[in-house]
Each structure stands twice: as C-alpha cells, then as structure tokens.
Design a binder for this molecule. Structure first.
Ligand SMILES: Cc1ncc(COP(=O)(O)O)c(C=O)c1O
Length: 450
C-alpha cells in the first residue's frame, strides 16, 4: 500500500509539505495555553491564503451565480482534499470492522483507527492514547462525562458550575443530571462585553461543587475564556473541570497537560474533518472510575447472563461499531493542521477579526454583540430593525454563507435581550476581500430595510 502513503504525502497541504518533528510540543505555539492570541503589533503575517484555499475544493464553487464566500466556520468548517482522499482510501481499500477481526482488512482498519487515536493524543498532548475517547462530537463528549462521571458521583444537594455563555450542549446534559439527582446548576455571569466575571466564579465554588464545565471559546460571542485560571481556581477546591473545546480546536493548539484540565472535548466537523468524528479527553484516573457511557459490543471483557465485566480504556467507553471512516478522517485533518504553520494561521485569522470588526463597527445601525478583549474570529452582529434571518437570506443571495439565529445559546440571547444575531465566523482560508464583500452586502441590507 505504499501508493496510499505516496498519494497522501503528494496531496499534503499546499501551504507546507514538510512533515513536522513529532517532538514539537503544542505549547510552543503561541496561544496554546493562555488567552492572548493576537499577534504583537507590527508583527509580519506570512500566510499564503490563496495556496491554502486551493486545498479546499468546496470553496471553488459558485452559489446563486456568485463565488461562494463561506463564513459559517463556527458551525462547520470545510474539508481539505487530503482528508476527503483519506476517507476514499479507507472506503475503497480498508473498509472493515475494527478490533475483533483477524483478517487483513480488519487489521488494516484497526491500525488506521488506532493510528488516528495516537494522532489525537499528540494533537492534545495527552499522556496516553487511552485517555482520548472517540465520540461523535462535543455534544456526545459532554454527555459521556455527564452519564459516566456525573451520574456516578453527583448526589442530592451537590452543585455543578457552568457559565452564562455555554452552548446548549454544555447546559442541557447538566440540567438533566441536576433534575435527576436533586443537584443545583450554578452559572458564572458575564459582563456586557461578554467576559466571564471571575470574582463571581470564585464566590460560586464551595465544598458542594462537584464539577465545573465551561467553554474555551463562546460560539455565540467569540470570547476566549481564561480557562487556565478557571481550572486552577476549581482545583483549589479539588473540583474537576471539563472544557468544551469545540470552538478552540480549529484555531489554536491544545495542551491538556499544561492546562491540567480533567476533561476536554471537541468535534471533528469544526476542525476540517468529517461529521461524526470527535474526541473527549479525560485523565485516565477519572475515566477509569467512570460508569461506561453505553453498553454493548467492544466495551466488555466477559459477558454472562449473570454479570458483565468491562474492557480497559479506551474500549470501555466506546460501545459498538464506531464512526471508523470519520475518525480516520479526523486523523488526516490533524495531519493537515500539523503541517501548517499554525501560529501564522492564527495571526491571519486574528487580522481578519480585527479588520472585519473595524469595518462592521463603522456601519451605522449595526452593533457587534460580544466585544471581549480576547476573541476568536467570530463576529455576532445585529442591525437595527432587521431580523437576522433577513440578513442571512440577503447575504445568501450574494453567495455569502453566515449563520442567523440563537446559535444554540439561547441564554446568551436572553442576556443581551435579543431574539437572535447574525454571525460571521472566519477560518484561515478566508480573505480580506471576502470581508469587504460581507461589509458591502450588509450595507445593501441596510439600504433595503431603510
Ligand atoms: C461551543 C460549542 N460547544 C458544543 C457544540 C456542539 O458541537 P456538536 O454539535 O458538534 O456536538 C458546539 C457546536 O456549535 C459549540 O459551538
């Protein structure tokens, strides 16, 4: 199968075909740990956006007769050709069920699937691959922790702390748990800029707190949260912390050891991989104590009608046939990202954010929701007297894809007293010309409704 490898190497990202030294720690790239991600003033950005765009076939199409401008990356990012090809290679040459087979194809598929897990381990800098559990996405990752950890360890009178800017995926499972157990959900409030009030967080922590679950980046506001401080603070009370990294993973390196988080979860489809892929990292000591998430094949050691004993990690938490093709695709997406200069990618995104913010802020009647000092490349905005759905529809007519709605974060909308916002979210393949087009079309929207 040497040709497969050759093909994948040949199709490696146009940006940089050099293979990076695996020993490079994620923490060496700016932004790995803290919240400061913007490049220093005057820093030169050497990012060849046109070359990177060439890696993404979907970006070549027209929509409504106009070149596609894809600004809905916070919902799902696009998939580079190498990742598409890796999926095809699997389906054409390796497709089979994993772990239980002794035959050639099953071993091939198992090697590829477990190889993807090892890539994830390096991507998040986990100590061991068994700490990286494959799930369908961040939602399933959070539910796995809720079912496995929460249902076992949370009892009546306990408290779980989340934040005011969580996606529903990091609210509803904890609410369900609290209802079942008679526990209490506490919420870290935020300022009008969309920054968490850390003093209030400290005041919420006490001996009843059983878990803190917060987002690394708000999908609705773009705020980058100081998760390291949150983790340190929670650990002073011996409280484990789950970080929802769905919005962080596509943009910046992750180092779970440096962060010292107890759980970290993200979705593949937001980081250039297929849907159905994702990961929840957990410290081995915690994962080992947890109840299995689901029961079924592959997660057992022995089964009799009287009793079942469970397999070791990670299988114990992965019942049934997983999304093999998707997780192998996630491995390929990690290879793709690792071959890019991520610091430059991040600097480019931050420059897009700066430029778009400046231009949108200058428009009369337009208001940006979420003005935190540290933000990812997400801009939520509203226009006086125009429903966000109308903004989204008019932009779509011009080939511009944004998202309009509550972004699965209704409490954020309530906090800002809004039914919805329009949201443009940028990836490293977006350009300043696309920002210009966005702004011109917003001006059109204003004109139509004036
Ligand atoms: C911050 C955040 N958390 C969780 C999720 C849920 O991700 P998924 O639907 O891929 O499970 C999303 C999706 O938008 C998100 O933005």
């Amino acid at each position: 199968m040497a040709w497969v490898k050759d093909k994948l190497v040949r199709d490696a990202p146009a940006q940089d075909r050099s293979v990076k030294d695996d020993s490079t720690s994620a923490a060496e790239t700016p932004g790995a740990l803290g919240t400061k991600v913007s490049p220093p003033a005057g820093a030169e950005i050497a990012w060849n956006v046109e070359r990177v765009r060439a890696d993404f076939p979907v970006l070549r199409q027209t929509v409504n007769g106009k070149p596609l401008v894809y600004l809905d990356n916070a919902a799902s990012s696009q998939v580079p050709q190498v990742v598409i090809d890796r999926g095809s290679v699997y389906l054409e040459h390796e497709h089979s069920n994993i772990h239980r087979g002794v035959h050639y194809l099953s071993q091939k598929a198992t090697t590829a699937y477990e190889g993807a897990r090892e890539k994830v381990r390096r991507f998040v800098n986990a100590r061991e691959a068994r700490e990286c559990i494959f799930v369908r996405g961040a939602t399933e990752g959070i539910n796995l922790v809720m079912q496995g950890y929460g249902r076992k360890f949370v009892t009546a009178g306990d408290e779980i702390i989340i934040s005011a800017m969580e996606h529903h995926a990091n609210i509803v499972p904890w609410q369900m748990l609290c209802e079942e157990k008679g526990a209490r959900l506490r919420v870290i409030p935020m300022s009008d800029a969309g920054e968490l009030l850390l003093d209030e967080f400290e005041a919420l922590l006490n001996e009843k707190t059983k878990l803190v679950a917060v987002t690394h980046i708000s999908n609705a506001l773009g705020t980058i949260n100081p998760v390291r401080e949150i983790i340190d603070q929670a650990h002073k009370y011996g409280v484990p912390v789950l970080i929802d990294g769905a919005q962080w993973a596509p943009h910046m390196p992750i180092d779970v050891q440096e962060l010292d988080c107890d759980f970290y979860t993200f979705s593949g489809h937001k980081m250039f991989a297929p849907t159905g892929s994702g990961v929840v990292y957990g410290k081995a000591a915690l994962l080992e104590k947890m109840n299995p998430f689901q029961g079924g094949g592959d997660m057992i050691k022995t089964v009799t009608f009287e009793k079942t004993t469970y397999a070791e990690l990670p299988n114990r938490l992965e019942a049934g046939t997983p999304a093999i093709a998707s997780q192998i695709g996630l491995g390929a997406a990690i290879d793709y990202l690792s071959a890019l200069d991520r610091a430059q990618a991040m600097a480019h995104e931050q420059e897009l954010l700066r430029y778009a913010t400046e231009r949108i802020e200058a428009l009369e009647g337009v208001r940006i929701i979420g003005t935190a000092r540290e933000k990812a490349s997400v801009i939520s905005f509203v226009i006086d007297d125009v429903h966000p759905h109308d903004i989204g529809t008019i932009l779509d007519q011009e080939g511009i894809a944004i998202r309009a709605g509550h972004h699965c974060a209704q409490p954020v909308m309530q906090r800002f007293n809004l039914p919805a916002t329009a949201r443009a979210s940028f990836a490293f393949y977006n350009t300043k010309q696309e920002v210009d087009l966005l702004v011109r079309t917003i001006e059109k929207v204003i004109e139509v409704f004036s």
